[in-house]
Design a protein around this ligand. Structure first.
Ligand code: HEM
Length: 306
């Protein structure tokens, strides 16, 4: 009888690579995924959670779920621009991390409603921002449930790829949910929206060029300027509508660079130009400037996803 071969790692040993060896990249991402928990515990014992502790943690989990969705979307562009193919190995971890935080978010919301499921359902149906959050959660659940190697095989590369395009919709809906529930200052939602805009615009650029080669640095610089300009304009229009004032006047004042209150548009420009610097450095030192190949997982070519 043939000996039963032990798999190189148990499914929960997510810090090991497919061959069962310690992966420093996975370990770093695992620490990153646990950082919000560490911050929450630290805050609990130092500043505390205020009058509505569950609500505080609902906000934290929602915030991190959204950021991890954005980080998972940043993997493909970063992998290409930094010529760092191994990055794709941690995209699934980050995506599942986003789902875990979103699941904690809804669970805490249900706890906040004293586990009255009837009330939870009626709130989700009646309040548009909760309906939108719910649809985003359904999307994230479908993505997490189909993230295993087995599901990739079962669905087939093409269908799996098509399904995982839903992550763009999830990101957009989660952003709308974020904007809708933010009562006062929309500085952070605007910044996240600007960065999301860059991630989408980069993909559109890749599609329009229809080439597997990297876009040249000048194109990335133009992309940074255009997305930053759109962030400034969107912010000015939003403030203009909210405060019934002229968007042009708002635009003028937000374009004035103020180090004490840097507007999201400037930070989006900074992030976009940082990408250009990474591209310039890597195209010079990563030899030769290779075409990006499909990543390899567990000895098989993994489908290219969002
Ligand atoms: C059924 C699904 C969901 C429900 C019922 C829900 C509910 C809530 C509630 C009650 C708040 C706080 C609102 C307030 O205090 O006024 C909130 C905030 C938030 N939620 Fe959700 N949510 C859902 C899904 C999601 C998903 C899937 C994401 C992200 C992927 C998300 C991201 C956020 C963010 C970013 C905030 C704001 C956090 C902050 O203030 O920093 N939510 N959500």
């Amino acid at each position: 009888m043939a000996p039963i071969r032990k798999p190189p790692k148990a499914p929960w040993q997510i810090w090991l690579d497919a061959g069962g060896k310690l992966s420093w990249l996975r370990l770093v991402v695992l620490v990153l995924l646990l950082t919000p928990v560490a911050i929450a515990v630290y805050d609990f014992y130092t500043v505390g959670y205020g009058a509505r502790p569950i609500n505080d943690v609902i906000h934290r989990t929602g915030y991190w779920a959204l950021l991890f969705v954005m980080m998972s979307l940043a993997i493909s562009p970063l992998r290409r621009i930094a010529r760092f193919n191994q990055l794709v190995d941690v995209r699934r971890m980050i995506g599942v991390g986003a789902f875990v935080y979103a699941a904690a978010h809804i669970t805490l919301y249900i706890a906040d409603q004293k586990f009255d499921l009837g009330k939870v359902v009626s709130e989700i149906v009646l309040r548009l921002y909760l309906t939108i959050g719910f649809v985003a959660l359904l999307g994230l659940t479908a993505l997490a449930a189909t993230s295993t190697d087995g599901m990739v095989r079962r669905l087939g590369g093409k269908r799996w790829q098509r399904l995982h395009m839903a992550v763009y919709g999830v990101g957009l809906l989660a952003l709308i949910h974020f904007f809708q529930q933010t009562k006062a200052d929309v500085w952070i939602p605007t910044l996240v929206a600007g960065l999301f805009g860059w991630l989408i615009a980069y993909r559109l650029l890749i599609k329009v060029r229809a080439s597997r080669d990297e876009p040249p640095a000048w194109m990335l610089a133009v992309l940074a300027v255009v997305v930053s300009a759109l962030t400034f304009i969107a912010e000015a229009v939003g403030i203009g509508i909210a405060f019934n004032t002229s968007p042009l006047r708002v635009l003028q004042s937000t374009l004035d660079f103020d180090i004490e209150m840097i507007r999201p548009g400037w930070l989006v420009l900074g992030a976009g130009l940082l990408v250009v610097v990474v591209d310039l450095v890597r195209s010079r030192f990563a030899k030769p400037r290779r075409r990006i190949a499909a990543p390899v997982t567990a000895g098989k070519r993994a489908p290219e996803a969002a």
